[in-house]
Design a binder for this molecule. Structure first.
Ligand code: ADP
Length: 501
């Protein structure tokens, strides 16, 4: 018997999972790594720590499954997207810590791009809105703020990469400088229609072509693992952004199928087939994956702070000890008691796109308790996703019939029930919530012939639980209106005081 090893390099932890042919998890290893917050709004990761933790868990997972490298047919890699680093081609050493997708330091650079009137051009070519979220302005920042970096980049001495690129580079002992189309589509430098880097975008944003990796398919043999002795010679057969991976792992392979992932952020993706559909409602159009030279596209809504709001209750406030504890605490109150929490802790993403929005709690009274706050936090996650679903339904011209869910926070039954209530459609949770790793495994396994075709993997998908909507439509309408009102109060707050005179 052979197996597939998936590396799931997430925002808060590096994970590795071994899958069998039925798509079942045979072993899992996970290690958290350090989050650096050097200034308000800045978030950094140490690329060496990312590589070390990822290499450690890869070995650990294979050992836990009672296997060795010869049992592994292929490695698939899913990664936190947009997180940006630059390294020295000669030494392989990063010139700076990686700038994480949540980082807002390039908000002003984005304001300047918008002032130059290039937003329409960027949106047409990349399917993205101008926002610090994406890699392009982060790469330009690194080149402008590390001594001599821009000159060295122009001379071809430096390499830019997202985390997929970095892991493929390290895993092959420096042989590869590649990315896949799904990750490239998150840079603001990639023309998603033509399927290539775009000179006009690179020039406008200030990223020299010389630093960019080669863009490959999301599922193809790219090279062999060399840097981890226990896995030497195993083919690396997929690179894919984590949200696109989860979409594939949920087998949303037909146009119109959609999934939402509840992790650090929340990400709703709907497959739109071989056309990149332009959003009329401030969503993104993005590459879902490229397989056998055919590109599939998706509409995407991205919420920056989903499960991370629960982490803030845990780490920032100390209201809970562990993330799952929020469910029992929230269940101590029948509702939020009128409390609304807009978790704009890293600005707001789709559909508001306001990097200056700030976290806001409204409706506090003498009766407000920790339980109300816990409840309002879960409500907020579900409201943000409802905002995405509304925008997507408007773009698609049809309501969703059901929502497939996954991610760490999808284990929370109260959150899933609240979600079904706010959407008015069933929420369906599959047996395996490890859809990100599974998607990377599927893409790699298909590329090496481990699975015969998409029909075979579709048969692996099984529902664990369906959450049916229970709340009255009037009640939901009222809650949605209050939520929108709360969001309006959070917008723009971070710009500073408004002159009231
Ligand atoms: P990522 O891949 O983005 O690191 P995961 O899918 O592992 O995220 O999910 C972890 C996130 O989900 C954390 O932000 C955590 O706070 C949240 N989370 C985990 N379990 C629960 C739970 N039972 N209820 C609510 N939130 C949870």
């Amino acid at each position: 018997m052979a197996f597939i090893l998936a590396l799931d390099q997430g925002t808060t932890s590096s994970r590795a999972l071994v899958f069998d042919e039925a798509g079942r998890v045979r072993a899992l290893a996970q290690r958290e790594f350090t989050q650096h917050f050097p200034q308000p709004g800045w978030v950094e990761h140490d690329p060496e720590e990312i590589w070390q933790t990822q290499a450690q868990v890869a070995v650990e997972a294979v050992q836990k499954a009672g296997l060795t490298g010869v049992d592994i047919r292929a490695i698939g890699i899913a990664n936190q997207r947009e997180t940006t680093l630059v390294w020295d081609r000669a030494t392989g050493r990063p010139i700076h810590r990686a700038i994480v997708w949540q980082d807002r330091r390039t908000a002003d650079a984005c304001d300047r791009l918008r002032a130059r009137g290039v937003e329409g051009l960027i949106q047409r070519k990349t399917g993205l809105v101008v926002d610090p979220y994406f890699s392009g302005t982060k790469a330009a920042w690194l080149l402008d703020h590390v001594d001599g970096a821009r000159e060295r980049a122009e001379r071809g001495e430096l390499a830019f990469g997202t985390i997929d690129t970095w892991l493929a580079h390290r895993l092959t002992g420096g042989a590869l400088h590649v990315t896949d189309a799904s990750n490239a589509s998150r840079t603001m430098l990639f023309d998603i229609h033509a399927g290539r880097w775009d000179d006009e975008l690179c020039g406008g944003i200030g990223v020299p072509r010389a630093v960019l990796p080669e863009v490959r398919s999301s599922g193809e043999v790219l090279g062999e693992a060399l840097a981890i002795p226990e896995l030497e010679g195993v083919p690396i057969a997929s690179l894919v952004g984590d949200q696109q991976a989860a979409t594939f792992g949920q087998v949303c392979v037909e146009p119109g199928m959609a999934k939402n992932t509840y992790g650090t952020g929340c990400f709703l993706l709907m497959n739109t087939g071989d056309t990149a559909r332009a959003s009329q409602n401030r969503l993104l159009s993005t590459v879902a994956w490229r397989r056998d030279d055919a590109t599939s596209y998706a509409l995407e809504g991205a919420v920056f702070v989903g499960g991370a709001a629960v982490q803030w209750l845990r780490d920032g406030l100390g209201v809970i000890d562990q993330a799952p504890d929020i469910e029992a605490l929230a269940n101590e109150a029948p509702d939020s008691g009128g409390l609304y929490f807009v978790p704009a802790l890293a600005g707001l993403g789709s559909p508001h796109w306001d990097p200056h929005a700030a976290g806001t709690i409204v409706g506090i009274t003498r009766g407000t308790t920790r339980a109300h706050l816990a409840r309002a936090t879960l409500d907020a996650i579900a409201h943000q996703v409802a905002d995405l679903v509304e925008a997507m339904s408007a773009d698609a011209g049809a309501p969703l019939s059901e929502l497939r869910v996954d991610g760490g926070a999808a284990a929370n039954d109260l959150l899933m029930q609240t979600q079904a209530d706010l959407l008015g459609v069933p929420v369906v949770r599959p047996e395996t919530l490890e859809t990100t790793a599974l998607g990377a495994a599927y893409l790699a396994g298909l590329a090496v012939g481990y699975w015969g075709g998409v029909e075979q993997i579709a048969a692996n998908w099984k529902a664990d639980r369906r959450f049916e909507p229970r709340r009255s439509p009037d009640d939901v309408k009222c809650a949605r209106e209050r939520w929108r009102d709360a969001v309006a109060r959070a917008l723009g707050w971070g710009r500073g005081a408004v002159d009231a005179s």
